[in-house]
Write a new protein. Sequence first.
Length: 269
Amino acid sequence: YGLTYDYVNTADLEATAAKIRPETKMIFIETPSNPMMLVSDIRAIAELAHKNGALLTVDNTFLSPHFQKPLTLGADIVVHSATKYLCGHNDIIAGVIAIANADSDYGKDLELYIKSEGPNLTPIDSWLLLRSIKTLGIRVERQAQSAMKVAEWLRTQPTVTDVYYVGLPDHPGHALHESQATGFGSMISFKTESPEHAVRVLGRLKLIAFAESLGGVESLLTYPIAQTHAEMPKELLARTGLDDRLLRLSVGIEDAGDLIADLDQALNG
Ligand SMILES: *Cc1c(COP(=O)(O)O)cnc(C)c1O
């Protein structure tokens, strides 16, 4: 489509402003970011985009609409991988585009595209998704409660060197996150002492599944460097701190004590 783009750490507002060019049409952010959990200021970036005649799009997959509503904070477009929390059971692939203004040019373009190109869900997937959304609130509240317990436990572990969870009060984005969301979600990243140890943990899991994806009722542990982020250029990986010691945990609805016991035997057994 002839699109060009720059990558920038949008948790750094000045760096983001510096990347804007006269032809910039859109700023696309994700907060907290996958998998390093950087927090970007939705209100401030919306203002920055609009001042420069651009749109702000937010990927809100990690929090779901239950915890964060970017359209109310000034975003123009919100996208969700509905495969994740909205579906919640790891059994369909779906997506959502929510827009602030249906009468805008981009709103009309999207409507035409959806009507004529056919990127629609099948009836069974639509039914499963609608049924899942009925329990979204209680699922994600429970998942977030357990995630806080797991994150607090992880940081006491001698073989864990770093824990990235926006719910921890000393996370650098904690206060900003609290100002724009009503919950911390249930995505936690952490680093173990060595790449060998990280791989060993993945091999020892019993309750938690070693798998890609996130947001479902079952907890999943992912190895970003080999799975979700395997295609990411090396220099970007280095800049973000995503390395071969990093694991990403999606906390499900299981008993938090059972999850901690599984992590304990995998990390320390
Ligand atoms: C999984 C994911 C996507 C891609 O969604 P699919 O439903 O797998 O196509 C986009 N953004 C985020 C944050 C995701 O986690």
